[in-house]
Ligand binder design. Structure first.
Ligand code: GAL
Length: 687
């Protein structure tokens, strides 16, 4: 029998206010904390209430299997987190092996972004600082002879390790435990305003002239767009990558100049595996692992030298020309299902093995890509397909090749538990109803994106992939285009509020998108809702999920009629809520059935909220985008705070307070320099 020897930690050390570290044995040298780039956002802790004493006592045992962490659980306590878990929301009762995988086929813990951190409805969080594929038993195992009603525990088995640090984050609420974890991670990122506009990625083989005509078409057709993305064909070699512009782009400098004149930013697709034809191949060779991927090197991003070689080339060849950021693809693992990526048996010069490298690869790759932007004091925003522990400060949003709409929406509800950002991107669709519903969910996410990497033409012209690429447009495509335009415009209206929500993420660690349970942990009805979420302050988003969409397998979903008219059941948490579209008031703590005409994503605003919405423009550079219509819900007692942002890094932010005075029926604005209130609208309208 395997011997389990208890390892006693010295008494836990309070490393930041309300953050305790338990050290068991001798922790490994390569962990998320040991290799972190961003320091904790220490100043933010002062804004949180006193967390009191360490809420739980953590213990550990050691054996030849590694180290086993024991954390107590109370009856009825519910658990959330463990990273991007697209197939389950509440984690109690589940077993999760936290393994990086691009194709998480079953709900076993495989994820683009596994994170060994969970939070509970009792108002604390637990982070196991490991880069191993740890297994978490979330209160689902009982010791022999334990009485049936005895409380269980969370067991986290860390293989290989002879020790581990475990951090406990106090609350006193679940939301504050999340804030402490995010502040410990470094605080949330502050995307540039353009990052919060609309994004579109063109077909993978687009040429320079294709890109420029697409840009012109977007402006002519008045389709909002801030960022265009290039897919693999911009490089001479893509699998593996050369990072060198291909002959399709004879003059990238001029193209970037022309795009900038139209107020477009450009984002480049790439992955980290370096082709022998790449100019950085030989310099990186000594700083790479002992296995190849697609014939290319796997850079040892744990080594600063490897990051600098990589970053300097990107800086010179792309960023200096005006490239605004990257989509860091393929940095998750897929040799379980797709037979690519480096094996766990790999060795890296830094001392990491393949398992540790997989857990950290997405993070340290983001470090490499962000390095030149940081040096240039320039903000970036981009996409990444793998991330992990302590990810809050990274200006990168996760995405996936999976396409189940239900799971994609769950991702938005879920991301905030683990310091992640996620986008339910739009690709092709089975009909225009699905296109519109998917578009509605991506515009209410951290990054509003259409990833048309396999469509020659925008999906509103033809949703079907084959017909789209054959240039056969749908007979009524202009109607679909108009519908899509109004949804993209809705995103543009919310940019100031989203930006303000990110400022809070940055300073206070409060995620901009949150599950209902994060704001209402005491409300039992909120605890299992994973198809709705809160955005910013007081806006509840309940996307209409398309039944029968590719990858969708939930028989419970209501069918979407051809005209898109249907109803949706929405749970409203405590308080009074108002329909964004009609102003109708509803009492909270109940489920209501709402009509959901196409183009109207169900949105509810907490009564009392002041909601400033921007004039929808084609891009966020347009000064008109600072003109506001202020919607006042109910008595408007909750003033809104927006921020003037000079765009610099670090930014100068000055608050703009927008208040409504119900007795006088007037509004006031203080601190505005570029923001300008054009109109105040009371909802519902008062006679
Ligand atoms: C996939 C990625 C897609 C697209 C494609 C291009 O790995 O997830 O979004 O970029 O590569 O080959």
């Amino acid at each position: 029998m395997v011997a389990l020897t208890p390892v006693r930690a010295a008494s836990p050390k309070e490393v930041y206010p309300g953050v305790w570290r338990f050290t068991f044995g001798t922790p490994e040298k390569i962990t998320p904390v040991a290799t972190r780039h961003y320091p904790p956002a220490a100043a933010g802790f002062a804004g949180l209430p006193d967390a009191g004493r360490c809420p739980i006592d953590v213990t550990a045992t050691i054996s030849e299997r590694g180290i086993l962490v024991h954390a107590p659980l109370a009856n009825g306590e519910m658990l959330y987190g463990l990273g991007l878990q697209l197939q389950s929301f509440q984690q109690r009762g589940l077993k999760k092996r936290l393994r990086v995988n691009a194709d998480p086929a079953r709900d076993t813990g495989d994820s683009h972004a596994p994170v060994p951190f969970y939070v509970t409805t009792r108002g604390y969080g637990v982070f196991v600082d490991t880069a191993r594929y740890a297994t978490f038993y979330m209160g689902n195992k009982r010791r022999k002879g334990a009485p049936p009603n005895a409380p269980t525990e969370v067991l986290a088995e860390v293989p290989e390790a002879a020790g581990v640090d475990v951090y406990v984050f106090g609350g006193p609420t679940l939301r504050q435990a999340v804030q402490r974890y995010n502040l410990f991670s470094g605080g949330g990122p502050l995307p540039p305003r353009w990052g919060l506009g609309c994004w579109y990625r063109g077909e993978k083989d687009y040429s320079q002239s294709n890109v420029l005509s697409l840009a012109a078409e977007f402006r002519e057709q008045r389709m909002p767009c801030d960022v265009l993305g290039l897919e693999p064909g911009w490089q001479t070699h893509a699998y593996s990558c050369s990072y060198v512009w291909s002959s399709r782009f004879p003059d990238p400098g001029t193209m970037l100049h022309e795009l900038a004149a139209l107020h477009f930013r450009l984002n480049l697709w790439e992955h980290a595996f370096v082709n022998p034809a790449s100019p950085i191949y030989s310099a990186l060779k000594p700083y790479s692992g002992d296995y190849e991927v697609w014939g290319g090197l796997v850079p040892d991003f744990l080594d600063p030298q490897a990051r600098s070689i990589f970053a300097d080339f990107h800086d010179r060849e792309h960023i200096a020309l005006g490239v605004s950021g990257y989509k860091a693809d393929e940095c998750d693992n897929s040799d379980f299902t797709g037979n690519w990526s480096f094996p766990e048996i790999s060795r890296f010069p830094s001392g990491a093995d393949g398992e540790q490298m997989h857990s950290l690869f997405g993070l340290r790759y983001q470090d490499a890509l962000t390095q030149s932007f940081e040096k240039r004091k320039q903000r970036t925003y981009g996409l990444v397909r793998s991330s992990g522990a302590l990810a809050a400060p990274y200006p990168y949003v996760l995405y996936s090749d999976l396409y189940d709409h239900r799971q994609f929406v769950r991702g938005v509800a879920q991301e905030g538990f683990s310091g992640l950002l996620w986008t339910p991107e739009v690709r092709d669709s089975s009909n225009s109803v699905e296109l519109i519903r998917r578009l509605e969910s991506t515009v209410f996410s951290p990054l509003a994106i259409i990833n048309a990497w396999y469509l020659r033409n925008p999906p509103w012209k033809q949703v079907n992939r084959r017909d789209n690429n054959a240039g056969k447009f749908a007979p009524d495509w202009e109607k679909t285009e108009a519908q899509c335009r109004s949804i993209l415009e809705l995103r543009m209206k919310f940019v100031p509020l989203l930006h303000a929500a990110f400022v809070r993420y940055n300073r206070e660690g409060l995620p901009p998108f949150r599950a209902l349970v994060m704001d209402y942990p005491g409300d039992s009805g909120s605890r299992t809702v994973d198809d709705e979420y809160i955005m910013g302050d007081g806006v509840l988003v309940a996307p209409v999920i398309v039944a029968g969409a590719p990858g969708s397998h939930d028989p419970e979903l209501p069918p979407v009629a051809a005209d898109g008219e249907t109803t949706r059941s929405v749970y409203l948490p405590p308080g009074e809520w108002q329909d964004f579209w009609t102003g109708e008031k509803h009492r909270g703590q109940q489920r209501i059935e709402v009509r959901v005409p196409l183009e109207r994503i169900p949105l509810f605003v907490k009564s009392g909220v002041v909601l400033p919405l921007a004039e929808p423009t084609l891009d966020t550079d347009d000064p008109q985008s600072r003109k506001l219509t202020v919607m006042v819900f109910g008595d408007g007692r909750e003033a809104a705070t927006l921020f003037e942002d000079d765009g610099a890094s670090p930014p100068t932010l000055s608050p703009v307070t927008i208040s409504w005075h119900a007795a006088e029926k007037t509004g006031t604005v203080s601190g505005a320099a570029t923001y300008q209130v054009e109109k105040w609208v009371q909802i519902p309208a008062t006679p």
